[in-house]
Design a protein around this ligand. Structure first.
Ligand code: G3I
Length: 344
């Protein structure tokens, strides 16, 4: 059991998000590490609508073809992210004004992309982040023009093209009780409308102390009770104070002191390594307890240098959320995740 994927073989897929350089195999050391450790991939950015259909009816599959080829070459489970999202949206899509044009766009985008990778992509995030924190549907160009049934339209269109591919709803902060309830309603509503939904992707952008294990377990139980799979689709554990809930001036105020912003200049201090390792250990123990309900656990990046959490929410913050450090060396957190299986 000398890799994540071999340790968790038979439990669930262990995935990573790939950035453009990794897809293009620019660094042999990284490619080697990815193929050794992971058996599932998600494109971090290149399959979002601004990249796939930057102009109306002008599709660009150059990078996504390379992404799929990477997964095939390394015999991986290939996930697609994401067909419908209000962010990184092609600018022309954001200008759609009426329901007929929205239906046309959604149908054409989903049909074209799903058909293109039919039989190659194993699961899709059909809709990403449609919910507000209070569980209501987020205002977006989709909701504003087409109404709440844009979700049903999206899922039905995808299933019509590829009846075998797994279709997911994906979102963050699903441990928040109100948002979780909203997600449960969202899934029920799709089912009631006769749309096929196979899973809920819970992103898992978490912290050392939040959410609690009890909250995470609740999400696993609540979603699987709907008869769908649960994937942890974008896992990373920030070791820094959370910016969530803070806005603009509040953020700069709270992180005004550079030391507070970035207390770990070069590497993560040992005491924090231990905390992160313990947190990952607890989480994976819970995942194993519910392995029959969990399809995939995907990290949001291979190593700390790649993480979207660096420079978020303001420039200058360095975070250490993943299992491999900036030199691609396994951290204590890696050992703790692997050792769980060595014992079991
Ligand atoms: O491509 C441009 C490049 O040309 C430019 O030089 C550079 C300068 O900043 O920006 C590049 O675009 C960046 C893009 O990633 C590609 O690297 C954007 O600024 C940056 O905002 C964008 O961030 C991505 C973010 O989604 C956008 O919302 C992150 O990499 C990506 O990890 C993140 O992923 C999301 C999931 O899709 C959905 N769930 C949350 C998750 C984390 O935010």
């Amino acid at each position: 059991k000398n890799s994540l994927k071999s340790a968790y073989n038979g439990d669930f897929y262990i995935g990573t998000a790939l950035d453009v350089n990794q897809i293009e195999e620019k660094n042999a050391k990284v490619t080697q590490l990815i193929s050794k450790e992971f058996n599932a991939i998600t494109p971090e950015n290149i399959m979002k609508s601004m990249f796939l259909q930057p102009e109306e009816n002008k599709f660009d599959f150059n990078l996504s073809d390379k992404y799929v080829a990477f997964g095939q070459k390394h015999n991986m489970f290939i996930h697609g992210h994401t067909l419908v999202w209000h962010s990184q949206l092609a600018p022309w899509m954001s200008k759609i004004k009426d329901s007929v044009s929205m239906a046309k766009m959604l149908t054409n985008h989903i049909t074209t992309v799903v058909k293109k990778y039919q039989g190659k992509i194993d699961s899709w995030d059909v809709v990403n982040e449609a919910l507000n924190e209070d569980g209501t549907l987020r205002k977006s160009v989709f909701l504003n023009t087409y109404g709440k049934d844009f979700l049903t339209l999206a899922f039905k269109t995808a299933a019509k093209i590829d009846s075998k591919v797994d279709l997911y709803y994906n979102d963050y902060n699903l441990c928040n009780a109100k948002k979780r309830k909203g997600a449960v309603e969202l899934v029920k509503n799709l089912q009631k409308n006769g749309a096929k939904i196979d899973g809920v992707g819970e992103q898992g952008h978490w912290h050392l102390d939040t959410p609690t294990l009890e909250e995470i377990e609740k999400t696993i139980l609540d979603f699987s009770a709907l008869g769908v799979k649960v994937a942890f689709s974008e896992l990373d554990i920030s070791v820094l104070p959370s910016p969530y809930g803070l806005q603009g001036a509040e953020i700069s105020q709270r992180f005004a002191n550079n030391e507070k912003m970035n207390p770990y200049p070069k590497t993560l201090p040992d005491s924090m390594q231990v905390k992160l390792a313990q947190r990952y250990n607890d989480i994976f123990k819970l995942f194993l307890k519910h392995k029959d309900k969990i399809s995939r656990v995907t990290f949001w990046g291979v190593n700390d240098t790649q993480s979207w959490l660096n420079d978020f929410p303001i420039k200058g913050r360095t975070d250490y959320p993943l299992l491999f450090d900036s030199n691609l060396q396994p951290k204590k957190a890696y050992e703790s995740v692997i050792s769980l299986k060595a014992k079991n």
